[in-house]
Design a protein. Structure first.
Length: 332
């Protein structure tokens, strides 16, 4: 029975034979195994088995796409647009998606959604809904109809396969444990899953918040079932380096009861409406945590609540930097 090259490489890696594992995948790829090339690209992206090398990953994905790997094609589109391993190239990413759409129904679906979005040649929005000021200090603003129903469904569908219960690192046990504050399922849409419609929405959020798109953390989808909630909290980080200065919450649906966003110190409760974007400040004029931005996602009474959150930093960052920092924090 033929040996699966990926399984063989994984066994080699598990026993510490990393160079041999890499060579095994490269050899299989040279023989036309697109899946082996895509697997090695994943290793260079994840930086678990080998050090991260975005340029090497991009080269491997390109070769896998040339052979005919469908999933590699969509990953290449995402990385091309968000500038992982090379300068961001929106036009190039659109061209790659158009090519993939000729044979891949999922790529064709994404291309069709992108065509319905009002964006320019750089993926930037032509216009925005008018903002509604809810509170002045800290500033809380709602943009009604920020996303279409189709865009909301797309965001949820991208994240759905990766949804997991929210966890935090417990320094006492050294283990990841269920988050006692945020009781929900969640999944960030990482750099390889950022479809062009998702990236266009991220650019739209950047325009609405008057920030650079590179200041945003990955768009994170949260799903709340009956009884689940996000207890009162601040979105600021315990350290002040590159603080979360703004939060943007996109309501993906409203077919549930409860689940309002409440600011108890402001006396404000925002009722979710599908497609609306809620933006609020997390810091004051001095850059210190704005205590009055303390907020909660009230318990869902019935149905399922879906939202997408984008935390916006004071300075530009990347998902790769944030991933490395999270690993470093978990080790300390």
């Amino acid at each position: 029975m033929p040996v699966n090259p990926i399984e063989a490489a994984q066994r080699l890696a598990a026993t510490g034979q990393i160079p041999a594992a890499i060579e095994h995948l490269r050899s299989a790829g040279a023989g036309g195994d697109a899946a082996a090339l895509a697997e090695l690209a994943t290793w260079y992206l994840a930086a678990v088995t080998v050090p991260r090398d975005l340029a090497a990953a991009r080269a491997l994905l390109r070769r896998a796409v040339e052979i005919g790997h469908v999933d590699a094609a969509l990953s290449e589109v995402s990385l091309t647009a968000n500038g992982s391993g090379a300068p961001a190239d929106w036009k190039g990413a659109v061209a790659l998606l158009e090519h993939a759409a000729r044979s891949d129904p999922l790529a064709a679906e994404q291309l069709g959604l992108l065509a319905s979005m009002k964006v320019d040649e750089h993926g930037l929005p032509f216009g925005l809904p008018l903002p509604e000021r809810i509170a002045a200090t800290p500033r809380v603003t709602r943009f009604a109809g920020f996303c279409t129903p189709q865009e909301c469904v797309h965001i949820a569908s991208i994240a759905a396969p990766a949804l997991q219960p929210a966890t935090i690192f417990d320094p006492a046990s050294g283990q990841m444990v269920l988050n006692p504050i945020r009781i929900s399922d969640n999944a960030p849409i990482g750099p390889t899953q950022e479809s062009l419609p998702v990236q266009a929405i991220n650019r739209r959020i950047a325009a609405a918040t008057d920030t650079d798109v590179m200041q945003g953390e990955p768009l994170t989808v949260l799903r709340y079932g009956p009884g689940q909630q996000y207890r009162p909290h601040l979105d600021t980080l315990p350290h002040g380096d590159n603080q979360r200065v703004l939060t943007a919450i996109l309501y993906l649906n409203d077919s549930y009861e409860g689940g309002e966003t409440q600011f108890p110190l402001l006396g404000i409760t925002v009722v979710p409406r599908a497609g609306d974007l809620l933006v609020f400040e997390n810091v004051d004029a001095r850059g210190a945590p704005a205590t009055h931005s303390r907020h909660a996602g009230l318990p869902v009474k019935s149905g399922t609540k879906w939202i997408a959150t984008r935390w916006i930093r004071a300075r530009a960052t990347t998902a790769w930097e944030l991933s490395d920092q999270a690993r470093a924090d978990a080790r300390t």
